[in-house]
Design a protein around this ligand. Structure first.
Ligand SMILES: Cc1cc2nc3c(=O)[nH]c(=O)nc-3n(C[C@H](O)[C@H](O)[C@H](O)COP(=O)(O)O)c2cc1C
Length: 330
């Protein structure tokens, strides 16, 4: 069985990738994931705010620069609360490269153009096989229009793409007005792939103490559906690679993501819940499913459920929406 896939121009032994998470903080844990069958691994992110803080700190030491917005910066973790400092991150990346034979993808997280994007160059110098740029942002200002936000994001992506030779993937939010248009624009500025999608950790609040409580809940398979829809829409329209992130927990989830058009399948929650060995089980399940149906390679099945043959996906989606609402009778 040929489980090989091409993702970001890299040839991977199979589509199962460890998504950005704390696993790579520990070389032994990363080794276990590789031994269990993971074909590539994404490091946790280094954040724009973290790099800015370091760069400002250096300036403050030399020029006594004042903090421009002390209230806003007080919301963020203090510099030493981040798990990896930028220097530590680069050393960890070099350690991972020494210990692993699978590709290591380093992650930057931010959306505004700025000096922080130069870190991609350092990732490349430390041996990263690719860079994943996570554009997480929630726009709250009523005077900021969507095209303005996207223009800044595209400039940021172009800055990263232009400072490295390794491929750059962009981890997207599903909340763009026209995700397909934005993905195409990313392709045009040189991105090698998109990761669908960022997971938004919705904060809750307590009605007794009136405090906001952000908390991390691991995903389940229901979150995959949003990704499947967009993989199926994007797959026929893009030349670049597609990865899924969010809600992949079972062999069935993996098969669905591939049928919808994914080249790579990223997983985090399922690995945090069950440990690295679940990868071996999932790979065996994928092999078995393909064998039973006579598939010989991932390429044979990839994208066969995408919307390529659908002449008008917008009408198709709307028709399904209407049909679902009309199906309920009381
Ligand atoms: C503990 C934890 C840490 C994470 N850290 C990062 C990160 O640093 N950068 C990033 O892009 N995504 C990060 N993620 C998000 C995951 O990469 C992934 O997109 C998300 O968990 C959805 O995939 P899943 O359903 O397989 O968990 C993190 C997720 C978890 C659970």
């Amino acid at each position: 069985m040929n489980l090989k896939t091409h993702y970001l121009g890299l040839t991977l032994e199979n589509p199962l990738i460890v998504g950005a998470s704390p696993f790579c903080d520990n070389v032994a844990a990363a080794r276990q994931l590789q031994d269990a069958g993971a074909s590539a691994i994404v490091m946790r992110s280094l954040f724009e705010e973290q790099i800015d803080a370091e760069q400002k700190g250096l300036l403050q030491n030399t020029e006594g620069m004042a903090d421009s917005n002390p209230e806003a910066t007080s919301y963020f973790p203090s510099y030493n609360e981040y798990q990896l400092t930028p220097d530590h991150y680069l050393r960890q990346l070099a350690e991972l490269k020494k210990a692993l034979s699978i590709p290591v993808i380093a992650s930057l997280n931010g959306c505004r153009p700025g000096g922080w994007t130069d870190y991609a160059r350092r990732f490349e110098a430390a041996g990263a096989n690719a860079v994943e740029l996570n554009l997480y942002q929630l726009v709250t200002e009523s005077n900021v229009a969507g095209d303005q936000v996207e223009a800044e994001m595209l400039e940021t992506v172009a800055n990263v793409v232009n400072c490295v030779k390794v491929p750059v993937a962009v981890k997207l939010s599903p909340f763009h007005t026209s995700p397909a248009h934005f993905a195409k624009a990313l392709e045009n500025v040189g991105a090698a792939g998109v990761v669908t999608f960022n997971r938004f950790y919705q904060p809750d609040f307590n009605i007794d103490d009136l405090e906001v409580h952000p908390h991390l809940r691991l995903s389940d398979s229901s979150e995959l559906l949003l990704r499947l829809r967009w993989l199926a829409i994007l797959s026929p329209q893009l030349r670049m690679s597609l990865a899924v992130s969010g809600g992949v927990h079972t062999t069935e989830d993996i098969v669905k993501a591939l049928l919808a058009g994914a080249h790579g399948v990223q997983m985090v929650s399922v690995l945090l819940r069950h440990g690295p060995r679940i990868i071996t089980t999932l790979l065996a399940g994928l092999n078995h499913w393909m064998e039973e149906r006579g598939y010989e390679s991932i390429e044979q099945l990839r994208g066969s459920m995408n919307l390529k043959r659908c002449p008008d996906p917008t009408a198709f989606e709307r028709a399904n929406y209407i049909r679902i609402l009309q199906s309920w009778r009381v």
